[in-house]
Design a protein around this ligand. Structure first.
Ligand code: TYD
Ligand code: MG
Length: 465
């Protein structure tokens, strides 16, 4: 069957019968994407098939299978999914090539296959490769159904017949549909293939996992174009050379976003990390300047993370500001606040910021920890290892409260922290262990506290030496 396709400009919507480098409508370059031509939009032509859309009152909608959660056997994965896999949901798992997407799904499928039918479709590896990996990881193989194919229509035919409860497509970039002529991996192909698979998942109550590689040179043909189609978007974060892998829920129709799942890549596959706070702290024998521990709350769980700063005299007229794991724009803003409200000058200094362990912090509760690290490095005065710092810094130099302050303090107390510099508004009457709370409401106050604390540690250090 040959279908009619058209090339639609992604910028202005103009349709062209043939592909061209530039859109004739709006002069945009490289914006034409092949799509299946839609049938007449004229309302008079619709309804000829004799079907009338059905309106349903909400109270009549049944939820028999709609809210059932399937445990995947991997607690950290269930956590980012919002408490398990939802039947009929479409989940996109994105990340750099080689970060562990196939490994994670294979492990989850092996567990799920013990209770229901699962189908793993791979367009990248051979059956032998997948089996070899499963064997090496010691996974149960008895119920794992495998298929190597890249044609969506054929895959859906198979799925229709087999009726799996969970379907994995690894990866969506290798899939192609007969409806379009463009090559697999092209935006149109990725989008159309995903649309068909998602529609199948919804109709048949199949849980669908789509694996998507994030392309190096941009996200155009990558998983980004699929984000609006699926129910849940998970991205692998973290550095490849580190042992740890972090999965973040960027979108979730069934749970909290920004929820983190933390894994370690071992020779036996991905292992859940049960005490994640410990891995993001580097342990020094002596406290070092420029290192501060903060408690962040990504998703529903507090996490202790170490923020490091290196402030060094700049030898160019345009000092460098580099930030890994924290927002670079926000760093610029915070340095301006530091200058304006505390008179601490950094315009002749290069400032480098790093969050240990490759985790990315998106919340503003890291502001005060970041500035403390900068001050500590600038003055070369270490902040003692038992001090925790968090809080949002406003443009007026005020320290604003963060969500879940008590929870963060409790997590810190569990890990042996004894003192905490926190926003005044976060202080409650409830005592947390034997922790000494130092409330601050302005940046000036905070700078004073940091000075007092680090001075104290200097003295201690000298007596030890
Ligand atoms: P993979 O799941 O194939 O990555 P993706 O599907 O995201 O492209 O992961 C491959 C990487 O993981 C590879 O660099 C080797 C590493 N790995 C281990 O370290 N231990 C293991 O047990 C497995 C299966 C993979
Ligand atoms: Mg893979």
């Amino acid at each position: 069957m040959k279908t009619k396709t058209t090339h639609t400009c992604q910028a202005c919507g103009a349709q062209h019968p043939k592909w061209a480098g530039q859109c004739l409508g709006c002069d945009a370059w490289n914006s034409l994407v092949e799509e299946v031509a839609t049938i007449s939009k004229n309302p008079r032509h619709q309804g000829y098939a004799g079907t009338v859309p059905v309106i349903t009152p909400m109270e009549n909608v049944t939820l028999d299978a709609g809210d059932a959660r399937l445990p995947s056997g991997i607690k950290e994965l269930d956590r980012v999914l919002g408490g398990g896999l939802v039947t009929g949901s479409a989940v996109l798992i994105g990340g750099d090539p080689g970060i562990g997407k196939s490994t994670l799904l294979l492990q989850a499928l092996a567990f799920l296959s013990q209770h229901l039918k699962v189908l793993y479709v791979t367009g990248e590896e051979s059956l032998q490769q997948v089996t070899l990996r499963a064997r090496r990881l010691g996974l149960p193989e008895n119920n794992l159904l495998l298929l190597t194919d890249t044609n969506v229509e054929r895959i859906l035919q198979c799925a229709q017949k087999e009726k799996p409860g969970v379907l994995v497509i690894d990866s969506i970039q290798t899939m192609h549909t007969d409806l379009l002529q463009s090559a697999p991996g092209a935006v149109g192909q990725v989008r159309e293939s995903a649309a068909q698979l998602v529609a199948f998942a919804k109709q048949t109550q199949t849980a669908l996992f789509l694996v998507g590689h994030v392309t190096k040179e941009g996200t155009l043909a990558g998983p980004r174009v699929l984000e609006h189609m699926v129910d849940c978007v998970l991205y692998f974060e973290g550095e490849q050379d580190s042992r740890y892998r972090v999965i973040r829920a960027v979108k979730n129709r069934f749970g909290a976003v920004n929820e983190l799942g933390i894994f370690a890549m071992t020779d036996k596959g991905l292992k859940e990390v049960s005490n994640p706070s410990a891995i993001f702290l580097s342990r020094y024998e002596q406290p070092v300047a420029g290192s501060v521990v903060m408690a962040t709350r990504e998703g529903s769980r507090p996490l202790l993370v170490e923020v490091q700063a290196l402030v060094d005299q700049s030898h160019s007229g345009n000092p460098r500001r580099v930030s890994v794991g924290l927002d670079g724009q926000r760093l610029n803003m915070l340095l301006a606040v530091l200058h304006r409200h505390s008179g601490i000058i950094t315009y002749d200094q290069d400032v480098f910021i790093n969050v240990v362990g490759g985790v990315r912090i998106t919340e503003t509760g890291a502001d005060l920890a970041l500035l403390s690290a900068v001050i500590s490095s600038l003055r070369n005065r270490p902040i003692p290892a038992d001090v925790l710092i968090f809080g949002e810094v406003g443009l007026a130099g005020e320290i604003r409260p963060v969500q879940g302050g008590q929870e963060r303090l409790r997590e810190a107390a569990k890990h042996g922290f004894k003192r905490a510099i926190v926003p005044s508004a976060n202080v409650s009457k409830e005592k947390i262990g034997d922790m000494i709370i130092l409330p601050v409401s302005s940046l000036t106050q905070a700078v004073n506290e940091i000075q007092n604390i680090s001075l104290h540690s200097r003295v201690l250090e000298n007596t030890v030496l």
